[in-house]
Ligand binder design. Structure first.
Ligand code: HEC
Ligand code: HEC
Length: 392
């Protein structure tokens, strides 16, 4: 009863979407989740009539394409760049101080796959970030040196260069800083010290050669810092667009009607208020679970750690009360391939993850049809590499 009272009404929503644009619509969605739907509806309709269905698109060309197309959900295309972002472009994600060079990237790729960088000589970055598995390992928790499990689920390295910080709690500023972490972590690659890493790599003649080429003019190019830089440099090339980018670039037919419907839903159910921008995430921290939904583990069935505690997220890093249960909002790009889901890999399937998100972040119970449409849309975010998507 309560749910049906606050439930999303497609007809009203479409009307608002077309007439007052996305910002009003999101505000409407937000208010209605807090049980003020009726009051707010009157207000919204009043405002809608004032704005008299005026132009809300950013591009006349997009508007023209909508009128020449026939899918029911074509209207999502109208102000797509303003609402979501610009298309992702497959180019080196440049970083001052770690500019592109062919030699550095090639060296970084070798190091990314190098098991000598681990204590038991059996683990490389690629063990947990495999490109056959969308840049991850498809395990709830990863398995590192001596078969020790990691504390969190491995996110993908694909497009990670464009995230505002690295790791679920954002504790590394960028890829250059991040790359040092796993090599020295006793449960990931387990090397004893930076010096031990340098000595191991210096002992390999091939690397003597390759580091000289990648870092010319340096007296001793094989340093821990340059290892980090080369690996990060390789990761900065992993910017892989998807079919959705064709849509963002102006091809209204790049998505079918069901996918466009899913795109509409992720906007009206406020998913895009957190999963923002071209990457649909990766640019902010948000709390996992809100004040009214209750704690996230009641939905995910997450396990406690050895101290009997659930993962407190960013709080572990900052010690500030306000950071409890805050995590980096993951990018939804490639989400089809990065199962299982959430920071602890506690949820196996994408439909389940979508349902939980709607319950605990947007306070809404989705129908199966809505979940299916959202899932269809999310699958358009699966990267294409060399003309094939990562899943086929
Ligand atoms: C034993 C498995 C394992 C190995 C080996 C490993 N990683 Fe990871 N990686 C993880 C896990 C688990 C996380 C998430 C940890 C966290 O957020 O607390 C992670 C996070 C990351 C991230 C952050 C992505 C994001 O979205 O925040 C990057 C980038 C990354 N790893 C790159 C690397 C590189 C480069 C190497 C090799 C030097 C490496 N990893 C080795 C498991 C591994
Ligand atoms: C209030 C902010 C917020 C809203 C709204 C939100 N999300 Fe999320 N989403 C997050 C955060 C934070 C996480 C990471 C949670 C964790 O694992 O710690 C996440 C994780 C996810 C994941 C798992 C990704 C992965 O790689 O494990 C999916 C899928 C997802 N969200 C989809 C959605 C959908 C669909 C909606 C709308 C119904 C939505 N989200 C609404 C903040 C939000």
């Amino acid at each position: 009863m309560l749910i049906s009272f606050i439930r999303y009404n497609e007809k009203i929503d479409k009307f608002l979407y077309i007439c007052v644009g996305t910002d009003m619509k999101l505000l409407f969605m937000y208010m209605k989740t807090y049980l003020m739907k009726r009051v707010f509806l009157v207000l919204s309709l009043f405002l809608a009539s004032c704005s008299a269905c005026t132009e809300c698109s950013t591009s006349k060309e997009h508007t023209a394409k909508v009128s020449n197309s026939s899918d029911e959900y074509d209207f999502v295309f109208k102000d797509i760049n303003r609402c979501i972002g610009e298309p992702l472009i497959a180019e080196y994600a440049n970083k001052e101080g770690n500019e592109y060079s062919k030699e550095k990237v090639a060296l970084g790729e070798l190091l990314f796959n190098e098991t000598l960088l681990s204590g038991d000589k059996a683990v490389s970055c690629a063990t947990c970030h495999s490109f056959d598995k969308g840049g991850t390992d498809n395990l709830p928790l990863s398995i590192g040196v001596d078969s020790l499990p990691s504390l969190r689920n491995a996110p993908t390295v694909i497009n990670a260069a464009l995230h505002f910080r690295q790791f679920w709690d954002g504790r590394a500023e960028d890829l250059e800083e991040q790359a040092g972490g796993p090599i020295l972590s006793p449960i990931e690659m387990g090397m004893a010290s930076e010096e031990a890493v340098e000595a191991t790599i210096r002992a390999v003649p091939k690397y003597q050669e390759l580091f000289k080429k990648a870092f010319p003019n340096e007296q001793e190019p094989i340093t821990f810092e340059n290892i980090r830089k080369a690996i990060a440099s390789f990761e900065r090339t992993l910017i892989f667009p998807s079919r959705f980018d064709k849509f963002l670039a102006g091809d209204i037919k790049a998505l079918n009607n069901e996918e466009k419907k899913g795109l509409h839903y992720i906007q009206v159910f406020s998913c895009t208020s957190c999963h923002k921008g071209t990457l649909m995430g990766g640019d902010r921290y948000e709390r996992f679970g809100n004040d009214t939904s209750g704690p996230y583990w009641e939905y995910t069935h997450s396990k406690v750690d050895e101290n009997g505690q659930y993962d407190l997220g960013r709080y572990k890093e900052t010690g500030k009360e306000k950071d409890k249960y805050f995590f980096k909002v993951p990018s939804l790009r490639n989400v089809e391939t990065t199962f299982p889901y959430f920071h602890d890999g506690s949820v196996e399937t994408l439909p389940e993850a979508i349902r939980i998100m709607a319950q605990i972040e947007s306070n809404i119970e989705l129908t199966d049809k809505e979940v299916n449409a959202i899932e269809s849309f999310l699958k358009t975010l699966t990267s294409e590499q060399k003309g094939r998507t990562l899943v086929n």
